[in-house]
Ligand binder design. Structure first.
Ligand code: GRF
Length: 203
């Protein structure tokens, strides 16, 4: 299964995915990493791992559509079976999402459908929630709104700062994202309309 990963930042999820894909008998192969910023730390991680890495600077494009067309061209050069968003911080248009329908995954640092959007850890602390976590989902046209595949929960502890809580959530992200990519690469995970099927069973 040929996987292309899109990033904007540090790329710790990318690292977890690369580490898992390097294991013997991994069904997935990361063939390229693309960023929308040249200074995305994850590009260096890809370089170190010997994986093709490129950037398409979104700020060089006046329109979202023209940026996405350029990005799509670069992605499709690598003929991916699966496109994985790992801390990719640009909102994608419906056209882009439709093009990769059923083979486009995202990870979000909240227990969706709660806390879509940004600053999830801070918002969870402000709300006084006792539980938080992360979600992996197929991407649909609604922001952070696509069909859920997997979630992991963490407790919110007394005295947590947003940074401490984010780190606790990230450890779970690094566990569930490689697992979901494996399921997909093994042909066990499918999107059927709005339904997610794992081994033929509706999740
Ligand atoms: C993660 O929390 C991810 O869920 C969110 O952005 C963060 C990216 O972290 N979308 P990293 O770049 O993978 O370290």
């Amino acid at each position: 299964c040929r996987v292309v990963v899109l990033i904007s930042g540090n790329g710790s999820n990318l690292q977890a995915l690369m580490d898992d894909c390097q294991k013997p008998q991994s069904p997935a192969q990361i063939v390229a990493v693309l960023a929308n910023r040249r200074d995305a730390g994850g590009l260096e991680r890809a370089r170190v791992a010997g994986i093709a890495n490129e950037w398409v600077d979104h700020s060089a494009f006046a329109e979202r559509e023209t940026f996405e067309n350029a990005l799509r061209g670069r992605i499709d050069n690598h003929s991916p079976d699966l496109l994985v968003l790992a801390g990719f911080m640009r909102v994608l248009t419906a056209d882009f999402v439709r093009h990769y329908q059923g083979r486009l995954l995202n990870i979000h640092p909240s227990l969706l459908p709660a806390y879509k959007g940004l600053h999830t850890h801070q918002r969870v602390l402000e709300a006084g929630d006792s539980e938080h976590g992360c979600s992996v989902h197929f991407v649909s046209e609604a922001l952070d709104g696509g069909p859920l595949i997997a979630q992991a929960k963490v407790p919110v502890e007394a005295g947590d700062t947003a940074e401490v809580l984010a780190a606790r959530v990230l450890r779970q992200e690094h566990r569930i994202y490689p697992q979901v990519v494996r399921w997909f690469a093994e042909g066990r995970l499918k999107l059927d309309g709005q339904q997610v099927l794992l081994d033929g069973e509706v999740l």
